[in-house]
Every structure is written in structure tokens, then in C-alpha cells.
Design a protein around this ligand. Sequence first.
Ligand SMILES: NC(=O)c1ccc[n+]([C@@H]2O[C@H](COP(=O)([O-])OP(=O)(O)OC[C@H]3O[C@@H](n4cnc5c(N)ncnc54)[C@H](O)[C@@H]3O)[C@@H](O)[C@H]2O)c1
Length: 277
Amino acid sequence: MRDELFDVTDKICIVTGGLGQIGQNFTKALYERGAKVAVFTAHPTPERVERIFPSDQYQKERFKAIKVDINKKDTIEAALDELQELWKEVPDVLVNCAGIDTQPSAPPEVSGPFEKFPEEVFREVVDVNLVGTFLMTQAVGARMAEAGKGGSIINIGSIYGMVSPVQDIYAYKEEQTGVPFIKPVAYSAAKSGIYNLTRYCATYWGKKGIRVNTLTPAGVWRDTQDEVFIQNFTSRIPMGRMSREDEYNGAVIFLASRASSFMTGANLVIDGGWTAW
Ligand SMILES: NC(=O)c1ccc[n+]([C@@H]2O[C@H](COP(=O)([O-])OP(=O)(O)OC[C@H]3O[C@@H](n4cnc5c(N)ncnc54)[C@H](O)[C@@H]3O)[C@@H](O)[C@H]2O)c1
């Protein structure tokens, strides 16, 4: 039975970074509910598509992966033109999920102390996480506004954009390797900008029916994470575990559908309670 409230059938959805760890789950969740899904990503490899749709099991007319650099306007516009040609309408939903972060395995040159944190790394991280989200929102929102049919833009934030990282979690790296790991400022600064980019666009396009919200995830479990890291991170989460990578799907379907029709400029926090204390 189709649930009218959460229905996304035939909606044209773009997911940036839609073959990444969290993004692939959004792609799949929207596609499985009948949406037409276009992934805009730097790495649209067949192996990554295969992770979502094993053995090529998808309707070609409802899924497209396009190579896009979200920091390059010309690649964004070319991909949007391609979609318009293919599906004949402007997008209904944009999920800005592409991003880069610095993992504890990163070398000291990109994870050193704040006092020495390199300007070029700061600029690069802000460029992808904030400027890229701005460029995508600008390009897709402009088309939504011109078409006059409204839409939903979902920006993926982070608990580290709402509050500062807890540096104690990463202290184990120095014990293990002799080299300290400082979770960098760049990701936090970039992600924090997402919250007011969201509010700005929500008020700017409010009367045009384009809703803009942030979805804030917390740490997602990966099988490559260090056991001590998992233990340390988990001990800060009231729910006592990291998230699974598919635990944000419900929120994306909610934000993409009529179920959230009066919600804009908001921040939907799904963090196992991380920011509750
Ligand atoms: N994984 C987590 O624990 C976590 C926690 C909080 C927030 N987030 C946020 O969720 C989102 C997805 O995270 P993830 O862990 O799935 O990341 P991921 O690295 O698995 O996927 C990110 C994707 O973005 C794409 N990308 C990067 N730069 C790009 C560019 N310039 N143009 C186009 N595509 C580009 C990459 O190809 C990759 O597929 C990110 O915004 C991240 O900041 C993740």
C-alpha cells in the first residue's frame, strides 16, 4: 500500500555523494519508493553502483549516476541540463550529501594542532563541504524557483558542525603511534555554515514553496574504524552505540515528502543523543 503522506513516487531527486557510505542509503531508499534518482558524484564507478544495485538490478529510466564536481558550476549545470533532457522536469528534491572529512588515519600534515593547521587544507574542506553545497543549492534552487513548483532541499550537517569535536576521543592515536591526532577545525567550521545557509535559503524561498532543512547525523560505524575509537566515541553517545549507515533514511523520506510540508529552515538531529548533554 502506498503511504500518501510519505510518498516520493516519481519525484525527481538528486543526491550528491549518493554512492558514498550514507548517500548510497538515501539513493536506495528514494529509488525503492518509486522516485527517479540522480546521483551527482566525483566517483560514479560501476563498483559503487553495484553496491546499491547488485547485478545491475535497477530500472535504467529511474536511476542515473553522473560525474559532477560540486565545486565546479559548469559540471553542475551540464548535469542538470542532462537530467532536464532525460526526465523533462526540474528536480523536486536535492540532498546535499557530498562531503569530505579528516579521519583519525589521516597524516599529521592535515590533522595537526589548530595553531599550525594549514590554510590550504582549511580552504579545501570549506570548499567542498560549504561552497559546494552553496553551488548545488543555488543551481537547483534557481531551477525550482523558476519552474514555480516548489521543492525540498536537504542539507547534510554534522554533530561536529553543531558542537565542537571531543578531542579526548582521539587521544588514543598518540598512545598507539606516538603522533597526536587533533580532529581538525576545518570540517567543524564548514559544517556549521550549513545551518545558516539552510535558514537563509528557507526564508529566501519560503513563499515559493521551496523548503530547505538540515539533517544532522552523528558518527556512523564502519568496519575500518579502530576498536579504541569506537569505544571512545560510543561512550559519549547516550544510546551507547554508533549509528548504522541506514538510520537516516526515514528522515530523508520524511523531508522529501508531504509529511514535512510545513517544515523549513529547521535542523533534524539524529545523533543517538550526542547533543543532548
Ligand atoms: N559518516 C559519518 O560518520 C558522518 C557523520 C556526520 C555527518 N556526515 C556527513 O554525511 C555526508 C556523507 O558522509 P559519508 O560518511 O557517507 O561520506 P563518504 O566519504 O562515504 O561519501 C562522500 C561522497 O562525496 C563525494 N564527493 C566528495 N567531494 C565531492 C565533490 N567535490 N563533488 C562531488 N562529489 C564529491 C565522494 O565521491 C563520496 O562518494 C557528508 O556530508 C558527511 O560530512 C557523516
